[in-house]
Design a protein around this ligand. Sequence first.
Ligand code: GRG
Length: 309
Amino acid sequence: MSAADDLQQYLTARRTAIDTALLASLPSPPSCPSAVADAMRYSVSAGGKRLRPILCLASAEAVGGDWRQAMPAACAIEFVHTYSLIHDDLPAMDNDTLRRGRPTLHVIAGEAMAILAGDGLLTEAFALMARQPRDADATLAARKVRVIEIVAAGAGAAGMVGGQAIDLACITPDAAGTMPPPLDAESLRAMHARKTGALIRASASAGAVMGGGSDAQIDAIDRAAAEFGLAFQIIDDVLDIEGASANLGKTAGKDAAAGKPTYPALYGLDASKRMADECLARAAGALAEVRLADSRLLQIGRWIVERSN
Ligand code: GRG
């Protein structure tokens, strides 16, 4: 079997397990009202690449752990990611009508229910990580607490929420109606490190912690995932220009049309693609420090850079 087929088989197998666990982890009546349960399920079951949970499970495996023990954290992170997409698509934020190839949740269920479904997913994420794996011994219980802290940091004001706030400030005029100056290259990188990078890093670190990795392994995986996060964003910007909406499952060309600073706008398409490759090279270096360059993680990094959606 070719390496590409082997990776595809791995991704399909993990995605199937993740989708099953995600649906089983969602709350349902009578424990909660059906309206909010249906709204949460609509967005979670819409699919998506499941990149973050796959990275979480692969990190647990890379350090020699059992990926099943990382599944609650993997699902929790996908819940957080899905909430962020629901809220990002709201009229008050990006005002988008297409996501994961379907009408956005606020188009289907209304704005108020979309806010509640996002709130519900964020809250359920932390309930899930606290609850599972069940019957944890002291070692596993300590890992769970560490992972809760990692995911909170990646998702919160110092991470994803903070990055979204910087992004919002970039397109918000002051009281006199003057737009802020565009971000320079370093500020753009720092914004993305929070907005998308922090949760991607948290996914990998959480998996490495649940898998029982050493501090050195967790640190190296965290640094490699920071590179994956930057590569992910660069390619997201490239696809925003080169991709078709039908393939992306979201509206293509929005960032460029909104005048947002993007990597291709700053560096051009070819240099942007080269920069994404350089991220992978740095990730390989970090993983090699702890002899993990041959793990699935780098293959997943390549998949991030070579993806078409
Ligand atoms: C609303 C608190 C809050 C945060 C939103 C992540 C984010 C912050 C907004 C998403 C806006 C966006 C489209 C950013 C580009 C990168 C990105 C996160 C794309 C979507 O992630 P994928 O490609 O989506 O992993 P799938 O559907 O495959 O899971």
